[in-house]
Design a protein around this ligand. Structure first.
Ligand code: DX5
Ligand code: ZN
Length: 215
């Protein structure tokens, strides 16, 4: 399965102090930061885009992974590439021509991923696999932090690994309790929002999640 890595989702962080919040998670072993972009169309919430991504990339020294929960991400992809993010995942339900979109991401020299909604089957991306660097298995509905972990997604991680062997990132309800289940099923990248930031000890919680996932 390879080495398990993890990082915080900015969604639960204090947006007035983003870089400091990332550094707090880094002190607990975070090696990537997950940047949730939302547009109030694909999901009923609104966050930040390439302008903020650019500032964050410049302020920190770990890779920024952009998770685009937006309709028609094609317009934004060149801007996220330009901002210096290391990877971009898109939601296939929000994309009309997934092949073109993934080629655009990879053409920018950035790693490409797809994010599977809880009811989107792994088989939906079969023909996209040659253009993918990773699969993001959503273990909650996209849109908000702090939702309940959907247990069946453990089986989905296992299925994605069996079918494609690609690295799997998991996002949604990841805690020190759920992380080991996802890792056992084959997940390599653990993303956690509220578990890290809603506790008062981001470094300690990040470390707890990583230790649980690596045990
Ligand atoms: C949900 C986002 C997640 C979110 C996870 O739409 O994609 O990245 O921040 O939050 P938690 O870890 O609180 O479930
Ligand atoms: Zn996310």
């Amino acid at each position: 399965n390879g080495r398990v890595v993890g990082g915080p989702s900015i969604l639960a962080a204090d947006f007035a102090h983003l870089a400091d919040e990332v550094r707090r998670a880094q002190a607990g072993g975070a090696e990537v930061v997950h940047f949730d972009a939302m547009d109030n169309h694909f999901v009923p919430n609104l966050t930040v885009g390439p302008v903020v991504a650019r500032s964050l990339v410049a302020a920190i020294d770990i890779p920024v992974d952009a998770h685009l929960m937006v309709e028609n991400p094609d317009n934004l992809i060149p801007m996220f590439v330009e901002a210096g993010v290391a990877s971009i995942s898109v939601q296939p339900e929000a994309v009309t021509h997934l092949h073109r979109t993934l080629k655009m991401i990879k053409g920018g020299g950035v790693e490409a991923g797809v994010a599977l909604n809880p009811t989107t089957p792994p088989e939906a991306i079969e023909w996209a696999v040659p253009y993918l660097d990773y699969v993001l298995v959503m273990s909650v509905d996209p849109g908000f932090g702090g939702q309940k972990f959907i247990e069946e997604m453990v089986e989905k991680v296992r299925r994605v690994r069996e079918l494609y062997g690609l690295p799997v990132q998991v996002d949604g309800g990841i805690t020190a309790e759920t992380a080991p289940l996802m890792v056992e099923a084959g997940a390599q990248v653990l993303i956690a929002g509220s578990a890290v930031y809603k506790t008062g000890d981001p470094a300690g919680e990040m470390r707890r999640i990583l230790e649980a996932g690596r045990a």
